[in-house]
Design a protein around this ligand. Structure first.
Ligand SMILES: Nc1nc2c(ncn2[C@@H]2O[C@H](COP(=O)(O)OP(=O)(O)OP(=O)(O)O)[C@@H](O)[C@H]2O)c(=O)[nH]1
Ligand SMILES: [Mg+2]
Length: 318
C-alpha cells in the first residue's frame, strides 16, 4: 500500500512492483487496488486480439509508437498465453522491447499464466486498473484469442481490435466467429501477403450476415488493411480507434459499458469470495464426500448444492 502514492506520482519501479503484487493477488494487492480505484477511469483501454501469429505484437508496437508521436502515454499489457501456438511471440516481443524500451511515456508488462485462466483474466484486469490509475492515456492489451478467458479479457476493453491475417488454416477460421462478435475494429494484417483483399471481403460478408455486434446500432466494425512490419495502415487504424472512442462517448455507450464492467467485476468477485468462504466453512473433505455421493448416484448435484448451502453437515453421517 505504501507503493500507491509512488505509483500515482509516476514511479516506474513502484508500478512494476505493484503489478507483481496484483499478479500474486492477496490482501496487500487488494488494499492497493482499493486505494487506486478512485484514480481510474480516464484511460482508453484498447484490446488487441486475434489468432496466434497474426502480428498482434508487431501491430501493438507500431501503434504504441504512433500514439507516442501524438503525445499520448501508453501502457502495454501483453497476456502471455503459454499456448502451444506462441511461435511468433518471443520474436515480436523482443523487437517490441528493443524499440520501445527507454521511453518514459511507455510501460510494458507481460502477464504470465499462473494458475487458472480465470485468475489470469482477473490479474490482467487489475493490472490495467493500476496502469489506468498511474495516468497512462491509452492502455493496449494484447491477448491471443483462443479461449473464453482471453475473450473475457478483451471484454474489459473499450475498443477491441481483432487482428486477422490472410491464409490462415481452417482450425483458425473456427475461432473467428467468436472473435467477430467482440470486434469493434477488424484489421487484416500482413496485407503484403497474397489473399489480403479476399480475407477483407470475407470479413465484410460475415459482418453483413452477423450484424449485431455488442448491440452497437450506430457502429459497423470497419475492416482495415495493414502491414505492421512497415507501419502501413497504422495511421488509419489509429484514426479509427479514435473514432470508435468518440462514438462510445457520444452515443452514451461508454457509460453503459462502464456499468456493465462494474457489474461483471462485482459478480465475479462475489462468486469467488462466496465459494471460497463456503469451501472453508464446509471443508474440502466433506465436499469430497458429497462428490462421492453424486458420483454414486445417491444424490443429484442440485439437491447436494441445496443441502450444502443449507448447512447439512456430513453426507455420509460420519
Ligand atoms: N509479412 C508480414 N509479416 C508480419 C507482419 N506483421 C507481423 N509479421 C510477422 O509475423 C510473425 C508474428 O508476429 P507477431 O507480432 O509476433 O504476432 P502475434 O500475433 O503477436 O503472435 P502471438 O503473440 O504468438 O500470437 C513475425 O514473424 C512477424 O515479423 C506483416 O505485416 N507482414
Ligand atoms: Mg504476440
Amino acid at each position: 500500500v505504501e507503493l500507491v502514492p509512488l505509483v500515482l506520482a509516476g514511479d516506474r519501479r513502484a508500478l512494476a512492483r505493484l503489478i507483481s503484487y496484483v499478479e500474486d493477488d492477496g490482501p496487500p494487492a487488494r488494499a492497493a487496488l482499493a486505494a487506486l480505484f478512485p484514480h481510474t477511469g480516464s484511460a482508453h483501454i484498447v484490446g488487441v486480439t486475434g489468432a496466434p501469429g497474426t502480428g498482434k505484437s508487431t501491430l501493438v508496437n507500431v501503434l504504441a509508437r504512433s500514439m507516442r508521436a501524438q503525445g499520448q502515454t501508453v501502457g502495454i499489457v501483453a497476456v502471455d498465453p503459454t499456448s502451444p501456438f506462441t511461435g511468433g511471440a518471443l520474436l515480436g516481443d523482443r523487437v517490441r522491447m528493443r524499440d520501445l524500451a527507454g521511453d518514459p511515456g511507455i510501460f510494458i508488462r507481460s502477464m504470465a499464466t499462473r494458475g487458472s485462466l480465470g485468475g489470469l483474466a482477473q490479474a490482467t484486469g487489475d493490472a490495467v486498473k493500476v496502469l489506468d490509475a498511474a495516468g497512462f492515456d491509452v492502455i493496449l492489451v494484447e491477448t491471443v484469442g483462443v479461449g473464453q478467458a482471453e475473450v473475457d479479457i478483451a471484454r474489459t476493453a473499450h475498443t477491441t481490435v481483432v487482428v486477422e491475417a490472410p491464409g490462415l488454416g481452417d482450425e483458425v477460421q473456427a475461432l473467428k466467429a467468436g472473435l467477430m462478435e467482440i470486434a469493434d475494429v477488424l484489421v487484416v494484417n500482413k496485407a503484403d501477403r497474397p489473399g489480403a483483399a479476399q480475407t477483407a471481403r470475407a470479413l465484410e460478408v460475415t459482418l453483413d450476415l452477423g450484424r449485431s455486434t455488442k448491440g452497437q446500432a450506430g457502429w459497423r466494425p470497419p475492416v482495415l488493411k495493414a502491414i505492421a512490419l512497415d507501419g502501413t495502415g497504422v495511421d488509419e487504424l489509429l484514426e479509427t480507434i479514435g473514432a470508435h472512442r468518440a462514438y462510445l462517448r457520444e452515443s452514451g455507450l461508454l457509460v453503459r459499458q462502464e456499468r456493465e464492467r462494474a457489474r461483471a467485476d462485482l459478480m465475479s468477485l462475489l462468486e469467488r469470495e462466496l465459494v471460497g468462504r463456503l469451501v472453508e466453512r464446509v471443508g474440502v473433505d466433506v465436499l469430497e464426500r458429497w462428490v462421492d455421493r453424486i458420483a454414486d448416484r445417491e444424490v443429484d448435484a442440485y439437491s447436494a448444492v441445496e443441502m450444502i448451502v443449507e448447512g447439512e453437515r456430513d453426507p455420509r453421517g460420519v
